[in-house]
Design a protein around this ligand. Structure first.
Ligand code: SF4
Ligand code: SF4
Length: 290
């Protein structure tokens, strides 16, 4: 057991007191919006809010699944709020955000997994902030993949992100309810439908995987035409969550980044504090895809 693994010096929460940070916080309260940044106590919150970027959670804050690494609450979610797309779009316009990430809990209770609600949100944001770039970080739509992809055709995002999270051997333990091949298929099928829209995926290290297994996943992603990659360190949200099995050094993260670029990813962000949506705007621009 590695419960007693000590956090190394490179795991650091940067504090922020910039004006922008407080302004984003204030607007979030005023508009009653949920962000992953706050819900998951993301260590980058000071930096991201300071730069005016945030990851919004739609479709409620109760998930129909229970992944033991994740801090989102489990339960029976409410039906989608029909007012949410407009509300979200108006808030994004008021905050003058240039790049937003929209994500949701898993909605196995909905026939389309929530895809129509994603489309409604994208559409409203396009109306109210025509120049804002939208990245969607979608759930796996397992069992509803075809209908979900069809819905997204009506109003696709600028970047489609879906995280594999970990290596296939650990899926049963870490992502019960998910299926590795289904997630790869989602990424590949979306790319087939929209060859010009970048696809992106991410992994967390420290759940018990080996370096060789990580490399195999990177090859799988490239085989499924995924272009952008994020790899970060898993941090245990509470004692009740999966323990951290190892802390990967910043140098080892850099080595994964180099390997990924050599494999043909247009962009790879790999580092202890990297999260799926960390510097998302920068990642998209640097890869020349926006
Ligand atoms: Fe939010 Fe993502 Fe930034 Fe964390 S890395 S604060 S989740 S935008
Ligand atoms: Fe968390 Fe996503 Fe798993 Fe739900 S499906 S518990 S939101 S990781």
């Amino acid at each position: 057991r590695n419960d007693l693994l000590r956090k190394p010096s490179w795991i650091r929460v940067r504090s922020s007191s910039s004006e922008n940070y407080y302004e984003v916080k204030r607007l979030l309260r005023e508009h009653k919006l949920h962000t992953v940044c706050e819900e998951a106590s993301c260590p980058n919150i000071g930096e991201c809010f300071g730069k005016g970027t945030a990851t919004f959670m739609i479709l409620g804050d109760l998930c129909t699944r229970r992944c033991p690494f994740c801090d989102v609450a489990h339960g029976r979610p409410k039906p989608p709020d029909p007012e949410e797309p407009l509300h979200l779009a108006q808030s994004i316009a008021a905050m003058r955000l240039k790049y937003v990430v929209i994500t949701s809990v898993d909605r196995d209770d909905l026939r389309d997994g929530g895809a129509q609600h994603f489309v409604n949100c994208i559409r409203e944001i396009r109306v109210h902030s025509p120049t804002t770039k939208i990245e969607t970080l979608v759930p796996d739509f397992r069992g509803r993949l075809e209908i979900a992809l069809e819905k997204l055709t009506a109003c696709p995002p600028d970047v489609l992100n879906h995280n594999l999270e970990t290596v296939p051997r650990l899926y049963k333990q870490c992502r019960p309810g998910a299926d590795y091949n289904n997630s790869l298929k989602l990424l590949k099928d979306f790319k087939n439908n929209f060859p010009h829209i970048p696809t992106k995926s991410g992994l967390m290290l420290g759940l018990g995987e080996t370096d060789e297994e990580i490399m195999e996943v990177l090859h799988d992603l490239r085989r499924h035409n995924v272009e952008m990659l994020t790899i970060g360190q898993y941090l245990q949200p509470s004692i009740g969550h999966l323990p951290v099995m190892r802390y990967v050094t910043p140098e080892a993260f850099k080595a994964f980044e180099h390997a990924a670029l050599a494999m043909g990813f247009s962009h790879a962000a790999c580092g202890p504090m990297v999260r799926s949506s960390y510097h998302a705007d920068q990642q998209a621009h640097e890869s020349g895809l926006l």
